[in-house]
Every structure is written in C-alpha cells, then in structure tokens.
Design a protein around this ligand. Structure first.
Ligand code: ZN
Ligand code: ZN
Length: 436
C-alpha cells in the first residue's frame, strides 16, 4: 500500500470564472510543488474538455490515467434541479460518455462551450441513479456553503432528505473550504459517510490547486482503489483530510446578501456598560457589541435562520431591507445535533492548513495575490526545502528558519494552533491576523 495526495474536485476553462490558463501542463507544475499525486480532471462532461483529456491522458499498466507523472481521475461537478452541486468521479471514458448522453436531454448547457459545470433538470436522487448506474461515484459538493449546497439555509438537513431512496448510493461528502471535520461531525446524519477535502480550484496557482486535499492509502492511483477507500474496504482508506482553516474560507461567517458585510459579535470592553445590540458599521463588517455577546449572538442566529434579520447598513445606505444569511458556521449551529463534534471511529484526522503563499503574503505584508516577490520566495522555499505540504507540516522549524525566519515563525504558530483569524464570509476569504 502507498500513500497518495489527491485533490478530486477542480474545474476547467469551460466553467464560468475559471483561469484561461488552467490546462494539464500548468496543473502538474503546481502539483509537483505542492506534493499532489492525484488530481481530478475537472469538467470532464464538457465535450471539448473531454476531447482534450482523452487525447492527452495515458492509461498506465496499473489502470491509472496519467499525464507527465501526475495521475488523473475523470471528474465533473453537476448542478441538479434543487441547485445542489454534486461531484462525480468516473471509472473510464465510456462511463463519461454514457452519463453525458443520458443527461443531455435534461440539460440546456451540458454540451455548450460554457457547460463545464452542467446544470440538469433532474432531482438529486434521479441524478444519483443515473451516474451510479454508469459506475460513477457521487457526493454533495461543498456541503455547507450558503449557495448551491445540500445543507444551505432553508434547504436540506440530512443526506436522506435530499437523496431519498438513493442516499445509500452517495459515497462521500465534500466538506468545502469553510468547513472541517470538527464542524461536520456535529451532524449525526454524517457519521457513516467518508469526508473529502478538495480544492474546487478555478486556477492553477498554488493558492488554489491543492489548497484542500486528501491523503489516501491505496495500492494504485486508480478509480477502483479510490472507490474502495471511500467505502473503507480492503485496507484502502482516507488517512488524512487537509484543508483551509474554516475561518479562511469565504463562506464561514454570516453576511448581508447585498453589501456582503460580515456580521460579528464582540464583548463590550467596559464591563459595567450595559448596552445591548449596539453596533458599528465598517466597509467589511457590522460588529454588534453586547455584555453577554455569546447569548446575543445565539438569539441573532436563530432570527437569521427564520429569515427575520435585515442589514442595518443597507437600511441606512440604500433604505432597503436586505436579509442576513447564515454562514457555514452558523448553519451548522442550527442543523447539528451535537454541541461538540462526535467523530466516528473511521474518521481520519483533519489538518487546518494555510496556503504557504498566503503565509508569505502576510509576513511580507503584500496584499496582491499574484505578486512576483511572493512567488519568488515560494519557489525558492520549495526548491531548497521540499514540497509545500512537507514545509507546512513535516520539516523541522529550525530548518525552515534558516531560509525564511518570519515565515518559519508563522508555520510554528500554525502547527501549534496559535494563529488568530479574521473570519471570511459573504464571498470574501478570511485572513491571518498577525501581531508582528
Ligand atoms: Zn460548486
Ligand atoms: Zn447590507
């Protein structure tokens, strides 16, 4: 048995808002820096991307598809009639074609230039039936995000409610960038399902590709072996989930649906003051301050959940009543059964990671996400020390210190879970709070 690092959900230039330069050559360049061995192809149902994959991937003697040393799993994301996104993994090209043919009559865009993330007019259970009949694997994508997910506000609360009789055919659940195992294992209905942590990358850079991935114990990097790992048979399994710290995800915190400000609760600094629901508005946040802020927050979340809370900023600025929406954190608070996570025995550990590029950006105080200085430091570190994941998790801090002292200090703090975060929400990524 070998260990493989796999990121099983990405996209192609045929989905909206995806980098035009996302292609296999650019992907494998990043895979090598990150230490990724298996990658989803993204958008395999889109005709042009399917043709591109078919003409570039080689079938190895062990049955795996590969491109210049990196293994690929044929993969797509589909949106069903309930606007729930599902990740689908296919065993081979004939199964992709079979599903494409069966879905085409139910989809306006699957064969289009921009049909990368196909939308089908089928219920979640009908979709699951069709793809599993063709031998593919399926599970809900970014399961808790406020948009296009199974557990979003006012939508489903269990897998069974969504997939009905087909729920037993669902073989994994993708946590999404704003959730981790500690949050997801507060739901009783998820105790039997395997979690995947995938990047959902829209570009090939090291901040996107592999920002979430899974460590798998497999004999070979093939679909059949991954299938065994997801059902935890024959010693194959997911041994580790690695993903962004949920607070760094862009849907962690509740937010206004229009101005996208995040709603934060803080303790009043002066203990003797008794002011409830005093708030102040900044460009990105609406901060409520109260003596008993924990209690005030819970009451507030309950009201948001009933669609009863509107944004004070939009009220002031636009004289409009705009609803506040729950983030991943608060939605889980509402639909969970356990106050603390209840991990089943099969659940692997989860590492809350920060992309190395973002650590470098914070240390150098560079806001730009495509800074040449940052990429240069990143590349030098990879060249001198090893792949990104080894730098973040395995390589001794003293070794890293010799190359980049301040970066090493943040990695040390990150390994000891001492980092403070400004939580993301409403489509904005969270950030590391640095006191250096
Ligand atoms: Zn999606
Ligand atoms: Zn607003």
């Amino acid at each position: 048995m070998d260990i493989f690092n796999a990121d099983l959900h990405i996209h192609s230039p045929h989905s909206i808002a995806v980098s035009k330069s996302l292609n296999f050559d650019n992907m494998i360049h990043t895979c090598k820096k990150k230490g990724l061995n298996i990658l989803g192809t993204g958008d395999i149902l889109q005709p042009k991307w399917l043709k591109y994959a078919e003409s570039n991937l080689t079938k190895e003697p062990n049955g795996a598809f590969s491109y210049k040393g990196i293994n690929f799993i044929l993969q797509a994301e589909i949106e069903d009639r309930e606007s729930v996104h599902e990740v689908v993994l296919f065993p081979d090209f004939s199964s992709v074609r079979e599903v494409q043919e069966k879905l085409a009559p139910h989809s306006k865009n699957i064969l289009d230039e921009w049909g990368g993330r196909a939308r089908v007019n089928l219920s979640p259970s009908e979709l699951v039936d069709i793809v599993t009949d063709a031998g593919a694997l399926v599970g809900p994508a970014h399961a808790f995000t406020p948009f296009k997910s199974i557990f979003r506000q006012n939508k489903f609360q269990t897998l069974e409610a969504c997939y009905q009789d087909a729920f037993k055919k669902v073989s994994f659940l993708e946590l999404g960038l704003s959730a981790n195992t500690n949050l997801a294992d507060r739901l009783d209905c998820l105790k039997n399902i395997t979690f995947l942590s995938n990047s959902d990358a829209h570009s090939e850079g090291p901040r996107a590709l592999g920002r979430e991935f899974n460590k798998l114990d497999l004999d070979n990097p093939t679909f059949e072996e991954i299938q065994l790992a997801l059902v935890r048979k024959g010693g194959r399994k997911v041994t580790l989930n690695v993903g962004l710290h949920p607070k760094l995800g862009k849907y962690y915190n509740m937010f206004c649906n229009k101005c996208r400000r995040r709603i934060i609760f803080e303790k009043l600094k002066n203990q003797s003051e008794i002011v409830l629901n005093q708030f102040f508005i900044t460009e990105d946040f609406i901060t409520y301050r109260a003596n008993n802020y924990e209690k005030a927050k819970i009451e507030y979340i309950n009201q948001v959940s009933k669609n009863k809370m509107t944004c004070p900023a939009c009220n002031e600025e636009l004289n409009k009543k705009v609803k506040i929406k729950l983030g991943v954190r608060e939605r889980i608070e509402i639909i969970s059964q356990h106050k603390v996570p209840k991990h089943p025995d099969h659940r692997p550990p989860y590492i809350n990671a920060i992309p190395l590029v973002d650590i470098i950006r914070s240390v150098k105080n560079i806001k730009s996400t495509n800074s040449k200085i940052v990429s240069k430091i990143y590349d030098t570190m990879i060249e001198k020390l090893g792949d990104e994941f080894s730098i973040l998790v395995d390589i001794p801090i003293d070794e890293i210190k010799k190359k980049e002292e301040h970066v090493a200090e943040i990695i040390r703090a990150f390994r000891n879970d001492e980092i403070q975060y400004t939580p993301g929400g409403g489509g904005t990524y969270g950030e590391i709070k640095l006191e250096v």
